[in-house]
Write a protein that binds this ligand. Structure first.
Ligand code: SIN
Length: 336
């Protein structure tokens, strides 16, 4: 039983952005044809009254979006709001409720731009709040418990989902429907949260938050993702270069290999000053430099273990610092 007085409890800001965790359908059996982001943060918190015995909550409705529609202006708002909250002495940590679809991108962005070692924990749900066995309430409770836990400090941005704690850098969505929808391929979870107990298994070693060189600015360099596949043409790459894109991440096959036609288009793009980053569409593993392509000769950068969408986040932040050389960008990808 919790015997702490209210003033000795950690104070956690819960920032709601929408998603299925805030979704509702007319029918309790409906777990796919519902509207995301329609339930407010106060209602989400009201579903878990026990929370008030373990933390003090400051609710904040930042947005109500289906995260497929996440966009950079909202990222700017969210990161700035979190930085402001965490600078205050009376806030000990932040929980962000988010849609699952782009959670891994937002988490990575925050991991690299939040200026605090206080815990920031993202969570979400695969079933709308109205569904039988909705997973949102327990995920929310667990995220708040992780955010209020001393061991979560200094670990960068975390994702608490289905009793597991992931690093924002590594976590990816791996199922379209299962409640167990997130994994950290190859590297595994950071820890677990179960029955109110938090257990960490390993540390985050790459730079983040206070040791990150990146910050949220007003401008976002234009970076797009293209995919390599059988019979791919060069039309998309040529159109992007024509549109003035600053960077292209290619979701290559296997070890970031690229169809000859697409590789020629990307080589032409790199020769015109567009940053080209080789990632993989496989879903796990590293893309090795000078492995599936002669990166030194082609002027390409490799994404290491970042998937194409996380690599795009890092490339935007890196380009925003003014770095544009392949060697400089490669150093950044090797570091972060
Ligand atoms: C969304 O990403 O906002 C909708 C899907 C979900 O949260 O699972």
């Amino acid at each position: 039983m919790n015997t702490s007085t209210s003033s000795s409890l950690p104070s956690i800001a819960v920032l709601a952005t929408g998603g299925t965790i805030a979704g509702a359908a007319v029918d309790v059996m409906n777990t796919s044809g519902y509207q995301a982001g329609v339930v407010g943060v106060d209602q989400l918190l009201a579903a878990v009254p026990a929370l008030s015995t373990v933390v003090r909550i400051a609710p904040d409705q930042v947005a109500s979006v289906d995260s497929k529609d996440m966009a950079m202006p909202l990222w700017t708002t969210l990161a700035q709001r979190i930085n402001t909250l965490l600078a205050a002495d009376d806030i000990d940590g932040v929980v962000v409720t988010h849609g699952t679809d782009t959670l891994e991108e937002t988490a990575h962005l925050l991991h690299l731009t939040i200026r605090s070692d206080k815990p920031v924990v993202l969570t979400a749900a695969m079933r709308p709040s109205s569904a039988l066995s909705a997973d949102g309430p327990l995920n929310l409770v667990n995220a708040v418990i992780v955010a209020g836990h001393a061991r979560s400090r200094g670990q960068g941005v975390l994702v608490a989902f289905n009793n597991r704690i992931h690093s924002a850098r590594d976590v990816v969505k791996t199922s379209t429907y299962a409640v167990d929808a997130f994994q950290s391929p190859e590297i595994g979870v950071l820890g677990w949260v179960q029955d109110g107990r938090v257990e960490f298994q390993r540390e985050v070693v790459r730079p983040h938050t206070l040791t990150s060189a990146f910050s949220i600015g007003a401008t976002w360099p234009h970076v797009e993702v293209v995919t390599s596949y059988a019979g791919v043409s060069r039309i998309a790459v040529d159109a992007l270069v024509g549109a003035g894109v600053r960077g292209i991440v290619v979701a290559g096959t296997g070890n970031g290999s690229i169809h000859t036609t697409l590789q020629q288009a990307l080589t032409d793009a790199a020769s015109q000053g567009v940053a080209v980053v080789r990632s993989s569409r496989v879903g796990s593993g590293h893309v090795m430099r000078n492995g599936a392509a002669a990166d030194d000769a082609l002027g390409f950068v490799t994404a290491g273990s970042l998937n194409p969408y996380k690599a795009r986040v890092l490339l935007m932040l890196a380009l925003a610092t003014g770095e544009s050389s392949a060697a400089g960008l490669q150093k950044i990808f090797d570091t972060y």
